[in-house]
Design a protein around this ligand. Structure first.
Ligand SMILES: [Zn+2]
Length: 80
């Protein structure tokens, strides 16, 4: 192995937004996560939507509207 060309592989603490922290080793100095094994729905078994801008809500509303009226037009924008 050549010297002085490899980044330092050291122990770092990983911080998740849920408050969980754990240690691992990395060349990065700091690791911050939005989701980890402690809060991810796959591991918790609970439904948790990571919905930042109401996108899920908007999609549901639009989808409900689309179901009311069976498809007549292709797009809601096609008016002219
Ligand atoms: Zn987490």
């Amino acid at each position: 192995m050549k010297t002085d060309i490899h980044p330092k592989y050291q122990e770092v603490t990983v911080h998740c937004v849920c408050g969980n922290t754990f240690k691992t080793r990395s060349t990065a100095l700091k690791i911050e996560l939005e989701i980890c094994s402690n809060c991810h729905p796959f591991y918790t078994g609970k439904q948790k939507l990571v919905d930042t801008a109401g996108r899920v809500e908007r999609f549901r509303r639009r989808y409900a509207k689309a179901e009311e009226k069976p498809s007549k037009g292709k797009s809601t924008k096609a008016k002219s």
